[in-house]
Each structure stands twice: as C-alpha cells, then as structure tokens.
Design a protein around this ligand. Structure first.
Ligand code: ADP
Ligand code: MG
Length: 267
C-alpha cells in the first residue's frame, strides 16, 4: 500500500476531515482513483459527501471486524473516481471490541489489503484521539499528513502525536513517514496565526506544505450541503488553496498532476 495516507492529529476541530475530504475530491478529479476511509465515529467525512447513513450496506466497523467484507461495504463512486469506506456512530464500539481482537492493530491494514490495487491513493480520516483506531490507521498507512490549526500554539499536542508515530514506526510499521504538515484556518489578521506559521516552519522545515489553508466560511458551509468546496464554491480562495495543496501532495507522492480519468475497477 504505497500511497495510503493517514490524516491525523489527536486534537479535534483542526481540519482533519475537511482536509481529507477536499484532498480526496481533488485527487479523484485529477484522474487518480481514490478511496476515502472515514475512521471517525462522528462520521463527518461520510456526511460531508452527502452519503446517507440509511443507504449504507455496512461501514468501516464491519471491515475492521471482518476484513474480508471490506469490498462489500465500500460505497462505490460517491464521485467519479472516488470511493468511500463510510462510518457511523457504531464505530465507537469498535475501539472497545478491538482490544480483545486478534492482531488488533492490524485490522485496518488487513481490510485495505483486500482492495490493494484498485486505488492510486487512499486517505484515512482519523478520529480526534490517539487510541486504537488511530493506531490502526498509522499501521495501515505509508504516510501521515498532519493538519495544524493556526489558532493556537500547537506544539505541545504535536509532541504526543510525533511520539505515537515514532512508536508505531519502530514497533509495527517501519516504512511510516510524515509526508507533511498543513496549516489550516489561517487568518492573516491575527498575530497568533502568523506566529504559528513561523513556529511550525521552524520546527518542521520542508515538511510543512507551502500552501496554507485560509479560514473561510465557505469551507464550514459546504459539508452541510453534502458538497466539497470544489462543488460548493469552485472559485473561492478555499478551493484554490486546497487545489494548491493537492498539487503539492501529488508532487510529494511522485504522481503526475493530471492523469487521464480512470474509473475505479469495481468487481
Ligand atoms: P477535525 O476533523 O480535525 O475535527 P474539521 O475538518 O471537522 O476538523 O473542522 C472543524 C470545523 O471547522 C468544521 O465545522 C469545519 O467545517 C470547519 N473548518 C475546517 N476548516 C476550515 C477553514 N479552513 N475555515 C473555516 N472553517 C473550517
Ligand atoms: Mg474530523
């Protein structure tokens, strides 16, 4: 699984889901068959794409408990080239049930292994904790992408995340690497935001993406319409910023900026 990316930060409200959803939409639009995995019991990625809970054949919960069922619970073509492994609140139980499961840290990796060759990129939207679900994401992933909110000095919480990533890398998943940190909710009018940008660039150097995502009300509105920012307001600054970030990500992944649109190969 060369291009499985966990979007992780144990703090809630930093832009994980927004970033995972917009990047997944961007990659699919640019011809890279993409799977978005909603690994959060809050299921915000699932609802952001307008996928209704009652329409689901199953969720990532079933995939974790029975990896051979993964294909059956993927929602195909939520957008052209974009599939979704959805979530619902029921996933909250998985964190507890998995504790006693065989190979409990490897369940998502096993689930995604079932789909291996179908996608150019898999993005995993992690829950706001460093519990077993996030560990499953870090074990399944080749890369971690860390959104950091520009609105408070974040480095204390980040140390914990970095420690967890290092631990998973040493014990469970040696190839794991941070592909980048992205600053979100940037408001140039606040002094703090500028300080956070400086501090993150000082600490992370070239790991920090050049693109900074602005605070933009359109980004907060789009999910309630079940739309991505590229659908809701394609000419907005926010759409431009996420497209820019998408191009940086493709570059870091060694993928071309645009491919001939390829359909996902479904069974
Ligand atoms: P997380 O997944 O880390 O909890 P979200 O992506 O759900 O964070 O973002 C938290 C809230 O902030 C959501 O309501 C979302 O719509 C909103 N939001 C995310 N990014 C931005 C942004 N750049 N500007 C304004 N609002 C944003
Ligand atoms: Mg979220």
């Amino acid at each position: 699984m060369e291009r499985v990316i966990a979007v992780a930060n144990q703090k809630g409200g930093v832009g994980k889901t927004t970033t995972a959803v917009q990047l997944a939409a961007f990659l699919a639009q640019h011809g890279h068959p993409t799977l978005l995995v909603d690994l959060d019991p809050q299921a915000n990625a699932t609802s952001s794409l307008g996928v209704e809970r009652h329409a689901l054949a199953g969720t990532v919960y079933e995939a974790l408990l029975a990896p051979e069922r993964t294909s059956a619970v993927v929602v195909p073509s939520v957008r052209p080239g974009l599939d979704l492994l959805p979530s619902t609140g029921i996933l909250a139980g998985a964190e507890v049930e998995l504790v006693t499961a065989n190979q409990r840290e490897f369940r998502l990796r096993m689930a995604l292994g079932q789909l291996a060759e179908r996608y150019a990129v898999v993005l995993i939207d992690c829950p706001p904790s460093l519990g077993l679900l996030t560990v499953n994401a870090l074990v399944a992933a080749r890369f971690v992408l860390v959104p950091i909110q520009c609105e408070y000095l974040p480095l204390e919480g980040l140390a914990q995340l970095v420690t967890t990533v290092d631990l998973v890398k040493r014990r469970l998943n040696p190839p794991l690497d941070v592909i980048g940190v992205v600053l979100t909710m940037f408001d140039a009018r606040t002094r703090l935001a500028l300080q956070v940008v400086q501090e993150v660039r000082r600490v992370f150097g070239a790991r920090a993406f050049r693109t900074v995502i602005p605070r933009a009300v359109r980004l907060a509105e789009a999910p309630s319409h079940g739309q991505t920012i590229f659908e809701y307001d394609p000419s907005s600054r926010a759409a431009t910023a996420y497209a820019e970030l998408g191009r940086e990500l493709l570059d870091r992944l060694g993928l071309p900026a645009t491919c001939e649109p390829l359909a996902v190969a479904h069974d």
